[in-house]
Design a protein around this ligand. Sequence first.
Ligand code: ASP
Length: 420
Amino acid sequence: MKKLSLHWKILIGMALGVLFGFIMSNVNGGGVFISDWIKPFGTIFINSLKLIAIPLILASLIKGVSDLKDISKLSSMGGITITTYLMTTVIAVSVGLLLVNIIKPGESISEKTRSELIQAYDSDAEKKRSAAAENKNSGPLQPLVDLVPSNFVAAASDNKNMLQVIFFSILFGISMILIPPNKAKPIKDFFDSFNEVVLKIIDLIMMFAPYGVFGLLAALIVEAPNADLLKSLLMYSLTLLLGLALMVIIYLLIVKLLTGRNPISFLKAILPAQLVAFSTSSSAATLPVTMDRVQNHLNVEKEVSSFVLPIGATINMDGTAVYQAVAAVFIAQTFGLDLSFTAQLGIISTATLASIGAAAVPSAGIIVLVIVLAQAGIPEAGLALIFAVDRPLDMCRTVVNITGDATVSTIVSKFQKTQS
Ligand code: ASP
């Protein structure tokens, strides 16, 4: 018999978790049973995701940046590629922020559920709240100052400082490009294989995911039996899906306006890649198909696509960027935290960086979400809230991630033609 693929196992884990949660909430002592014997598996799962976050950022960014050595050779193509990637990502975060502030999915829960939630995650939420209050009182350049760690080991010892680890990794990667290649080779080989190992660890953690989501969902159901929270999770998912759909429309407009291509034939050409992205939840796994569709069906020159797409798969994740914004603000709303305008502006930069730092593999987005949450002073415990529905949303954001890469490759191709 063909082995069931992971996303099906996770979906089954989710469904069984909900079912089990409902059954246990009607059984005497069911709630205690779940919190003693089932929920810990969910907690272990979330902890292991958090555990791998710093090594993942280190490995994937140092490898990603140091792979960019061709930028000096192909500087014009490199420049336009990176600029367009950055621009689409900032648009994506802004779309997410706009929608989540208009729809306010996290505010749909009742005061009662909110105070129960806050109580459940009390110590964490309280800490974050006072940190957020402190943040509000600091000077305008404080975020910039916070970006540069005074001690690397200290920075890497706390998930809260992940932005500092990103800063160090980029600096490290750039310096690797600047030294002679023969000197850089050993460390490059080291980080290439370090990256492989980290990706394998994520693979292993994800094998545990079906059991993790089972525990998380069962606990969610018995702890929030009023269905209030489920409703707000649904609203959150719809907000995110709306944001992702908007991004696709924006891409089609860009394709039409900047390259003069027909948006429908563009979509038709990349549909197979989108389906693979949907079923694998990984831009990296989809890369060969994206390459094929972009080269052979969108007729983008090989020279352009083989440069733009691999970089895009690692650093351009617009679906993930929309998600970071929506998820972070949703969690803040659920916990009743009022994010200031400056805090939301901060989310634009952290979410952009986090989406760049996310690896092109399943669930990378929720791992780097820790950075955005920590930086904005939002309780990390909120991860447990949204994890329940993360997998299907991951499938959808990956579709947007690769659609963004394909869009940018048509723009770069057009730009290269006008240059020559
Ligand atoms: N799964 C996504 C990708 O590979 C990343 C994410 O988790 O958002 O593109």
